[in-house]
Design a protein around this ligand. Structure first.
Ligand SMILES: Nc1nc2c(c(=O)[nH]1)N[C@H]1C(S)=C(S)[C@@H](COP(=O)(O)OP(=O)(O)OC[C@H]3O[C@@H](n4cnc5c(=O)[nH]c(N)nc54)[C@H](O)[C@@H]3O)O[C@H]1N2
Ligand SMILES: Nc1nc2c(c(=O)[nH]1)N[C@H]1C(S)=C(S)[C@@H](COP(=O)(O)OP(=O)(O)OC[C@H]3O[C@@H](n4cnc5c(=O)[nH]c(N)nc54)[C@H](O)[C@@H]3O)O[C@H]1N2
Ligand SMILES: [Mo]
Length: 765
């Protein structure tokens, strides 16, 4: 059972994937994982309850759960995520008896997670360099004791975006009762650019659309998100939209299959004899970070059309009444736009003027427009400016705050938006401090805590001494692996609440613990009976979720029970914080959430079981702008490309991607079916033109070298050159293998989200 650092095995075999997204290929993908994972009996019955009212909610992405679900309301990747959770394989103390932690650290995450579900709490023993089985009470007592010894400000509580609203509320409460706001979340590597950037311009840190809007819009401008792999269920409403005449304009350096064509696996006719639906009206292969210039081009076109309308006396193109009443800052933006020529926009976007004009025309001709985006926008140094420009475009024609229109970031982890909503945030001002005072009678810390980048900085200086991870594989997800990895072992305390073993667990601090938890499909039995939990999707709807399967081991605890157990062992007894009562009955925690945010969460215990969940509302949707000016803000960009380091001879901008066979650092296999790639993840995608220019051969093994202009050497070698259709100056490869190339300081300017989509590199042969 030898593992290897390179999860690979052979070279990549590029071939065009001739089938559409969805279709039989996706069913085969599910079957392959079921077989490989030796899924436990009854999983299909379990899957049929996924994302249904009264069922449990998928642990994969944060896409909406519709009120009228399909017979099987899950996608290939949601099914894979559930099958991955429900494997019959077990990662028991025997694994650690036969391997030291140092040995296991060489295996790589694929091999580690393939060991199966963790079964009992484990304590790190430095003398033997092994994790040893331990009882829960011993673990809680020892962790509590250590936390009491440490300065709360030197401890970080990370959350990875899966834990439900109830444990997340208690986790944030515990952090603040203990004394810190060091509550970074996976969101700090993901949509924090949205939480900061979208909030700045609309007052809302989350999207303004709901499900109904998708069935009413006339055009969708779709930036930097890969639905075929990362949120496949969105393909159903997108397909319906296309079939009723909605035009989708895609901006993406890569031709992603899901936005090209789709066969509905739920539609027997299309599956057998039908032709796939063509998903886009235009597919524009922007350069990495080129969206700012591209949207400027679209806005230029809108203004040309407005001028033409004024000259001919036709209906105005701009929504003047909306702009007048609801927005601020347009003059400055238009002045800037006038100073920028098409040449600059073409050079920075990588698109042609006619393409930008045509896309601008589609925008002008559509009554209702939605802007959708993902990591291709947020993970750039100037990603917040791209969001600002997308909002500018929407504001020009009043496309926010009315039916069929709006701005729709697609969130990542299944409850990542919800974790922020219920208080997991490092920003003190966003915590419900008054309610903490009122409900629990303590003074919350008012100093901002760590983002993920700041956590790593504090780790490197030795200031961060304790870490609790509520899920996740942070050491692999963050930039700057080499230096940071060495620092993990210097911490006094590391605690990981997890379902499966991963590399971060294998960098234990002086006191190191792994606490295994239930997954969402499993029954959560507490003193008060079986418990349900709840989560929030990208559309701000909240759903109940109830697991029914027998847990993978009798020794597992729920995330809520673990958080409460550590809190109780750490804090002085306090009748206002009855951790055990909350553990016995989660509805009491929901009552707390409802009392903390009554407008949004009133009657939560009942409403979360409504079909389609309940909507917690969004002021921007009602055209109430909670911004500094009280209006929606037009922003004026300071750059034309979102990359933080500009172009130079032989410098490339590297885009790091997810394959179709992974969930973040969890690697299901080595096939990236929708991109026609398989065999190895240690590849670098290079365009045929660049290959010719640099005399690179297909299959040649090269090293990527960081080119960010600082003195630090960053390299990843052993990468097989693989031809792929990409814009000039662009390379692509896989996250997390390429993370060592990302400088820690290379992050979004406002939110500190690592800029994983335009990493400056050179190729060394
Ligand atoms: N199966 C599966 N589902 C997942 C995940 C997973 O790993 N696997 N991860 C979950 C999480 S946490 C998240 S955050 C989401 C991520 O979902 P996405 O937001 O789709 O993130 P990525 O896969 O990183 O892909 C981003 C897309 O942006 C494009 N892109 C890169 N740079 C640029 C650019 O400069 N401009 C434009 N316009 N496009 C660009 C890339 O080509 C790619 O298609 O998915 C969630 N769902
Ligand atoms: N270069 C580059 N880096 C990136 C990105 C990128 O696109 N490019 N994307 C960034 C993004 S968007 C994100 S969200 C982060 C992801 O960063 P993380 O959220 O930290 O990483 P994951 O891989 O999602 O975490 C996987 C681990 O979570 C644990 N786990 C799984 N399910 C559960 C559960 O139900 N409960 C608990 N307690 N634990 C569970 C398992 O032990 C598993 O090994 O990575 C970021 N890093
Ligand atoms: Mo994410």
């Amino acid at each position: 059972m030898a593992g290897s650092k390179d999860n690979a095995g052979g070279t990549a075999t590029p071939h065009e994937y001739r089938h559409s997204t969805g279709g039989w290929g996706s069913l085969q993908g599910i079957a392959r994982i079921a077989l490989k994972e030796r899924a436990s009996p009854g999983v299909i019955e379990t899957l049929s309850r996924q994302n249904k009212p009264g069922g449990y909610m998928c642990t994969s992405c944060a896409w909406a759960k519709p009120p009228n679900p399909h017979a099987f309301e899950f996608c290939e990747n949601g099914a894979k995520a559930t099958l991955w959770d429900l494997t019959t394989d077990r990662c028991t103390p025997e694994l650690f008896a036969s391997h030291t932690v140092s040995e296991l650290r060489q295996w790589g995450d694929y091999e580690l997670e393939m060991q199966g579900r963790l079964t009992q709490p484990l304590r790190y023993d430095a003398n033997t360099d092994r994790y040893l089985p331990v009882g829960w009470d011993t673990a809680f007592a020892a962790i509590g004791q250590k936390l009491r010894e440490l300065d709360p400000k030197s401890v970080t509580f990370y959350a990875s975006g899966k834990a439900a609203l109830e444990p997340s509320y208690l986790y944030a409460l515990f952090a603040r009762m203990y004394g810190h706001n060091n509550l970074p979340d996976s969101s700090n590597m993901c949509h924090e650019t949205t939480s900061v950037g979208l909030k700045k311009v609309t007052g809302s840190p989350v999207g303004t659309c709901t499900f109904e809007d998708l069935s009413k819009c006339d055009a969708i401008f779709y930036f930097g998100q890969n639905p075929g792999t990362n949120s496949p269920r969105i393909l159903h409403p997108l397909k319906d939209a296309v079939e009723r005449g909605c035009k989708i304009i895609v901006f993406n350096p890569l031709k992603e299959k899901g936005l090209i064509e789709f066969t509905d696996p739920q539609n027997p006719i299309q599956m057998t004899v039908g032709t796939p639906t063509k998903m886009n009206h235009m597919y524009l292969q922007v350069r990495p970070g080129g969206d700012i210039a591209a949207i400027m081009g679209l806005c230029k076109r809108v203004l040309e059309r407005e001028r033409a309308a004024q000259e001919t006396g036709a209906r105005p193109v701009l929504d003047h009444a909306f702009i007048e009443q609801h927005t601020h800052g347009i003059d400055e933006f238009l002045a800037k736009l006038n100073t920028i020529g098409w040449d600059a926009l073409e050079a920075e976007s990588g698109l042609t003027r006619p393409d930008m004009e045509e896309a601008g025309d589609v925008y002008c001709n559509a009554e209702r427009v939605i802007g959708i985006y993902g990591m291709g926008v947020t993970q750039h140094v100037h990603g917040g400016q791209t969001i600002g420009l997308l909002v500018n475009l929407l504001l020009l024609r009043g496309n926010i705050g009315r039916e069929g229109a709006g701005c729709n970031p697609i969130r990542g982890h299944s409850n990542v938006q919800g974790q922020r909503t219920v208080g997991i945030t490092e920003k003190a001002e966003l915590a419900p401090n008054d309610k903490y005072r009122e409900l629990f009678g303590f003074e919350p810390p008012m100093e901002d805590g760590h983002t993920t980048v700041e956590f790593v900085k504090a780790l490197l200086t030795g200031e961060n001494k304790g870490f609790i991870g509520l899920g996740g594989n942070l050491a692999m997800a963050i930039p700057e692996h080499e230096q940071a990895h060495a620092a993990w072992a210097d911490m006094e305390l590391t605690v990981h609440v997890a379902t499966k073993l991963n590399t971060t667990h294998l960098m234990p601090g002086k006191s190191g613990w792994i606490l295994p938890c239930l997954v969402r499909a499993e029954e959560d039995m507490q003193a008060g009976g079986p418990q349900a939990v709840s989560m929030e999707d990208s559309f701000s709807h909240i759903y109940g979720s109830q697991g029914r399967r027998t847990p993978a081991s009798e020794l597992l605890k729920s995330e809520l029970a673990i958080v409460a157990g550590i809190a109780q062992a750490t804090l002085d007894p306090d009748p206002k914080a009855p951790w055990q009562e909350w553990t016995a009955d989660y509805s009491l925690v929901r009552d707390l959430i409802a009392r903390t945010w009554p407008d949004q969460f009133h009657d939560m215990n009942v409403r979360m079981w409504q079909a389609g969940g309940f909507y917690r509302g969004n002021p921007a949707r009602e055209r109430i702008w909670k911004t500094d000016s009280g209006k929606a803000e037009f922003t004026t960009p300071t750059v034309l490309n979102a990359a933080g380091v500009g172009r130079a001879e032989n410098r490339f901008h590297l885009v790091t991607l997810r394959s179709n066979d992974q969930f973040n650092t969890t690697i299901y296999g080595h096939s990236d079916r929708l991109r026609g790639l398989s065999g190895s993840r240690m590849i670098v995608l290079v365009s045929p033109a660049e290959m010719e220019r640099l005399s690179l051969r297909e299959g040649q093994v090269v090293t990527l070298v960081g080119d960010a202009g600082d003195d630090v050497v960053r390299e990843v070698g052993g990468l097989t050159v693989t031809p792929y259709d990409l814009p000039a100056g662009t390379l692509a490869g896989y996250f997390p293998e390429l993370n060592p190339l990302m400088p820690l300081w290379y992050h979004e300017e406002m939110s500190k989200t690592p800029a994983a989509k335009s990493i400056p590199v050179r190729i060394r042969t």
